[in-house]
Design a binder for this molecule. Sequence first.
Ligand code: TYM
Length: 356
Amino acid sequence: MDYAIAPATQGFKPLVFSGIQPSGNLHLGNYLGAIANFVKLQDVMDCIYCIVDLHAITVWQDPAELTKSIRELTAAYLASGIDPRKHIVFNQSRVHEHAELAWVFSCVARMGWLNRMTQFKEKAGKDRENVSVGLFGYPNLMAADILVYRATHVPVGEDQKQHLELARDIAQKFNNDFGSRISDLHLGVGEANGFFPSCEPIIQGPATRVMSLRDGTKKMSKSDPSDYSRINLSDDADTIAQKFKKAKTDPEPLPSEEKGLEGRPEADNLVGIHAALSGRTKASILTEFGGGQFRVFKEALTDLAVDKLGPIGQRMKQFAADQAYIDSVLRDGGDRATAIAAPVMNDVKDIVGFLR
Ligand code: TYM
């Protein structure tokens, strides 16, 4: 592991949880910001990796396309090196405890907290009256995803940081609101005697926020109308070459030192992508390419990306062709996830005072 991980909340077993929405176009940002870390963490902790289909339907999804995207994302997880026997891979809607805990959290979280979520503001834009109620409550479900397993660590890209802070606030408020009940039922953990841990974000590496190839000030995103703004994990070598060739740059040659990337978002982004794919520092890349033309650097970047992503794309196709295997992975993962989530949800029901 090439980075330090914060310790788990005292008394809680270290456990990783993360998820990705099955809404098409898995891209280089998802890979470098999230999946690459998912793969690394498998060696140091138990991990649960989810395909968050309940989150996907907060905006309209064509049902047949959604089913296809769930299988494709599963294939991408496996192709990237996630091991579904050692760890857990499943789709969220299979484990009803996510939705149940999300409801309890909707009654714990405050409107003001959710009103501050920048991703909701961005997604809803000016049309707030017309977006789904689910889109507003989205972060409550995300908190439930993590806490229904009492997971302690969450690898994500930079854009999810605020949602994770909210998850921590929800956990803390639940622990406080029900503090005496948690003690009476002897369900508290560690010195703090809380029921839920305070989950630690893992936002690591040189590419926690990969930017659009067309505009270095905008995040690389699956919803960008231009396919040239992103590299998809399913792109072939020619497409990757075309996209990097057309990627926006500025007229100056590359700087020789990192400081020279300031105020040059497109150059900074491409150097960051190279660093993340090659496992090198930005400084060492600039030592090699500084002073040179973008064309030469882009060709090297293309070779590197094709080298790293090509085999993943190939394996994705192979896994995707075996639908029976993909479905069996999700079924088995769902059963194993339920075995962890169900007792936690039963405790939550006892804490809240429901009869069961
Ligand atoms: P989603 O599906 O939008 O993105 C999946 C992961 O990819 C990261 N990511 C990026 N990283 C770097 N640069 C980019 N341009 C970029 N774009 C996306 C995201 O940060 C994320 O880690 N709400 C989550 C899914 C979710 C979740 C959870 C995550 C639901 N429940 C519980 C963790 C724990 C989302 O929409 O990610």
